[in-house]
Design a protein around this ligand. Structure first.
Ligand code: SF4
Ligand code: FES
Length: 224
């Protein structure tokens, strides 16, 4: 790795760490668990770039599709690659949450990233995106399924998922403010109903996703 750390304290990756450094570090590790980097290299670079941005902010490589709790012990479970903690779920999906890693026997990782279209009957899959306790009441967070950016919100014990992109100028709804069943875009204040993605502005509704809770996990339904 290049660069030297001015904060050697608990930082696992020095300043100046690059996507190539992460690849070098992670590849042998995940190989022992039966995984490899996705064959979609553009997607891999996109995720690793996000992880590096998070590294700069937090000092560790969390992935953009996971929600940090702020509890260091809990968050240690979701430092990338988080596969050892979720072996069973990932084996079922044949990839990690966002698809950075895929099972070694998958030839075309793009197939597994295709969990973004409207589900055909019988082809839907419930993708675990976080644990129930990861998302406190009244908050909205960004999660990723494949290439799809989703705002996941909690109101009481109800969870809602909708496209993260505001239809006005693509503001991130996951940075918005929740007001009951509505989320207000942080950029210019457009309001969307979490329950059906509707807004007062014409032809600007956003897509919603079905959300369920099972075994302490929040699952978002996406097409295969
Ligand atoms: S879901 Fe994938 S990319 Fe995200 S932390 Fe886990 S292994 Fe890394
Ligand atoms: S981008 Fe959302 S209101 Fe302008």
């Amino acid at each position: 790795m290049s660069g030297s750390s001015t904060r050697p304290v608990r930082r696992r990756f020095p300043e100046g760490t690059t996507a190539e450094d992460l690849k070098e570090y992670m590849a042998p590790f995940v190989a022992t668990l039966g995984y490899k980097f996705n064959t979609e290299s553009e997607f891999v670079d996109e995720v690793l770039t996000s992880e590096l941005e998070i590294l700069e902010k937090t000092g560790d490589v969390f992935c953009p599709c996971r929600i940090r709790t702020g509890d260091p012990k809990e968050d240690a479970k979701i430092v990338c690659p988080c596969i050892p903690f979720y072996l069973e779920q990932f084996a079922a999906m044949r990839k990690c949450w966002c698809g950075l890693f895929i099972r070694t026997d998958v030839d075309d990782g793009a197939e597994l990233l295709g969990v973004i279209e409207e589900p055909e009957p019988g082809s839907a899959v419930d993708v675990p995106v976080c644990r129930v306790e990861d998302l406190p009441d009244g908050q909205v967070r960004h999660v990723k399924i494949g290439k799809q950016d989703i705002a996941l919100a909690r109101v009481g014990d109800e969870y809602f998922a909708l496209s993260n992109l505001c239809r006005h100028a693509f503001g991130p709804l996951s940075d918005g403010i929740l007001d009951g069943y509505y989320v207000m875009c942080p950029w210019h204040g457009w309001r969307y109903d979490l329950r059906d993605g509707t807004t007062d502005h014409p032809d600007a509704d956003v897509r919603t996703y079905e959300v369920t809770v099972s075994d302490g996990f929040v699952l978002v339904r996406a097409g295969l």
